[in-house]
Design a protein around this ligand. Sequence first.
Ligand code: DP6
Length: 303
Amino acid sequence: MTGELHSGAAVACANIALAKYWGKLEGSDNLTAVPSLSLTLDALRTMTRVTFDPLLSQDAVALDGVAVQGRALARVSVLLQRVRHLAKVELFARVESKNSFPTASGLASSASGFAALVVAAAQALGLELAEEVLSSLARTASASAARSLFGGFAALGAGAQAAERVASGAHFPVCMLVCVTDLSPKAVSSTDGMRHTASTSPYYERWVSESPALFDRVKQAVLERDFENLGIATEESALLMHACMMAARPTLLYWTPATLEVIRNVRALREQGTAVFFTVDAGPHVKVLCLPDTADRVKHALA
Ligand code: DP6
């Protein structure tokens, strides 16, 4: 495989965890300390083309037309290296990626980004890898990316190599509205934030011990199409995770006044009788879970 271009392209969707992952197993290759379960969002996409090119002397990555450097580039190269190793190829690659949403602002761009990258790179090198292997490769780059290989609802167990499909989107059609509260890049990456939380938050152990039960509740609610219990467990998972981060020393506070304002409005809508729930990731945006028949009304009320 030298002398010619090898190109592949893939699209992957972001996912938002309903049962959150926060924290890694110490000394592991990005294995998660808690189980997580996510909903794939078909509107938030990353489109990636990977071209292995004999003329390149290093990997070159562009995200939304802007060259990626430093730590972010290294992270992409490490994943490309794993794929090259499997294909027994030594060519460097050009990666061109586009997001349909603001990059690095807590909208899970790393999840769809690394999922699209691994699929496109494997395709470019002619590797036919099982979904489980692709998910495991994506996980080494970013654990949430392991879940983006599957549509609908996907789970990544504590310490699991790969994610797995829990149910299709058609099994339980729910909507998630993404309330973008701020367009600036997030201040602390998930990876750094988790490390800081695990080593300084007095609530971290409690978070790890409580998470499996929350995961079970979320999973059961998905399987039983129980929206009320899904929403309640989803909010509890997000609040427990943020409480744990906020208690880190110094605090890890992703919320802004707009974050709280949206949460307050979601709760007010619920008090008025609409089944609507929120979750927040490592950023200021609020993701709002509702049923398809109320989505327009909820969107209007929150706008
Ligand atoms: C709050 O998967 O971005 O969105 O594995 O270090 O890349 P790394 O972290 P990442 O963390 C996601 C954290 C979260 C919750 C979740 O998606 O489960």
